[in-house]
Design a protein around this ligand. Sequence first.
Ligand code: GRF
Length: 197
Amino acid sequence: MNNVVILISGSGSNMRAIVQAALREDWSGRHGARIEAVISNKPDAEGLAWAREAGIAAEALDHRDFASREAFDEALMQAIDRHSPALLVLAGFMRILGPAFVWHYQGRMVNIHPSLLPSFTGLHTHRRALEAGCTVAGATVHRVTADLDLGPILGQAVVPVLPGDTPEALAARVLAQEHRLYPRVLAGLLADLAAGR
Ligand code: GRF
């Protein structure tokens, strides 16, 4: 089995889209892949309860309980590695991960970022895209490397910027596409893993 562990911080709508696609498309039968665990750095993340109800091991590891970023990263690695992940999926995980963590999951960690990378790394991507006068916006799935939002791109979705758009309206339009893009890219990666590519 190629185990998948998903990290979230909030509503976990991307995580839900991934779990639903895995069921609908039978990732277990087709790719030997299983969504094994969901871990959040926020105990009250809505997505945790949803994952539990879906029968997935779901756990919170509150970063505020740790004295340093390194101590949190170390505990998080231990929690993740109990599930032996072939793929570690960051889905709205809002903590910056240190170099030791990134190195440990090198080659098997992916992230989704709500912009057309390499434009607008970091926060407030939709407001910044509107302020810059972009006529298109979107989301990017990429490998996570030491460059944070700048690892190799695995897939992108593009949406139009519409007249009168607010950051919230644009964010909602992009998020709907994230829910299509992320499962599609992951299914491709898992198919490659299953085929030994
Ligand atoms: C998404 O827009 C994701 O790209 C960004 O944070 C949002 C998380 O949404 N990093 P959700 O928790 O998946 O609903």
